[in-house]
Design a protein around this ligand. Structure first.
Ligand SMILES: Nc1ncnc2c1ncn2[C@@H]1O[C@H](COP(=O)(O)OP(=O)(O)OP(=O)(O)O)[C@@H](O)[C@H]1O
Ligand SMILES: [Mg+2]
Length: 240
């Protein structure tokens, strides 16, 4: 039974810089939370730290996924425990085919092709693009869709999605947001989505929106918060 993601007082240093300075977040199972915030405020740093990227040093705080201390697990164990990360810039993985990567990540080989095809159809990605090496030769938007195909096949307990909407055309944006939102009811998936654009929110229908500025959560609210941001920008939040 999933209890979601709990982040308490998370502080992360990158090189010499204390980028995250006490992040507190609680995302229940099946909930959708969105993080917005100015460039350089630490949003991707949070995603990398949750992934267990070695360049991101956790100096304080704790992170629990379904009651398990994520920070004590290596990146592979975190994924096996049900954490899925879609990075802002999905990497090429030459020599590895998506199918093999999915099996390595724990997907059952049984009926895998049909599941990949089905997920590709849901986000409007030509299935033959998933027969190439992972992300090699794919356009920016195709990579983002391919990440969501992996997500749908793996059915993780929790997904962190860093700017999954950047580079997506308007049709793909709706399809991706709907695929993600459906996962919350299909298997109780919890979602933490980082975005700059309100556009993603209409189909994603988040339970909460958080503003991260200067490495902290400085405001939390509902959809009205995204409207305020669009109208007034981040200036009112910078001094907080
Ligand atoms: N690997 C790194 N080496 C040096 N500095 C880094 C590194 N990663 C992040 N930083 C710094 O940490 C700060 C936060 O970066 P981060 O990528 O988390 O911002 P962000 O909120 O995701 O911004 P954006 O909206 O532009 O994606 C920035 O000042 C950035 O320059
Ligand atoms: Mg970022």
């Amino acid at each position: 039974m999933s209890t979601g993601l709990v982040i308490d007082g998370l502080c992360v240093r990158v090189g010499e810089k204390d980028v995250l300075r006490g992040i507190d977040l609680r995302v229940g199972a099946g909930e959708v939370h969105v993080i917005m915030g100015p460039n350089g405020s630490g949003k991707s740093t949070l995603a990398h730290a949750l992934a267990g990227h070695p360049g991101y040093q956790v100096t304080a705080g704790r992170v629990l996924l379904d009651g398990v201390d994520l920070l004590s697990l290596d990146p592979t164990e975190r994924a096996r425990h049900g954490l899925f990360l879609a990075l802002q810039q999905p990497l090429d993985v030459p020599g590895v085919r998506p199918r093999d990567m999915l099996v390595a990540a724990g997907a059952s080989p049984e009926g895998l092709e049909a599941r990949i095809d089905d997920e590709a159809r849901r986000v409007g990605l030509r299935p033959d693009l998933l027969e190439r090496f992972v992300n090699v030769g794919l356009s920016g938007g195709e990579r983002k869709r391919a990440e969501i195909v992996q997500f749908g096949v793996l059915r993780p307990a929790f997904a962190v999605l860093d700017e999954i909407d950047s580079g997506l055309d308007v049709d793909a944006l709706g399809a991706v947001a709907r695929r993600l939102a459906a996962a919350t009811s299909e298997w109780g998936c919890g979602l933490l989505a980082i975005t700059h654009f309100r556009r993603l929110l209409s189909d994603l229908r988040p339970d909460a929106i958080h503003v991260v500025s200067g490495g902290r959560v400085v405001a939390t609210g509902g959809p009205e918060l995204a409207e305020t941001l669009e109208r007034e920008g981040y200036e009112p939040f910078r001094a907080l």
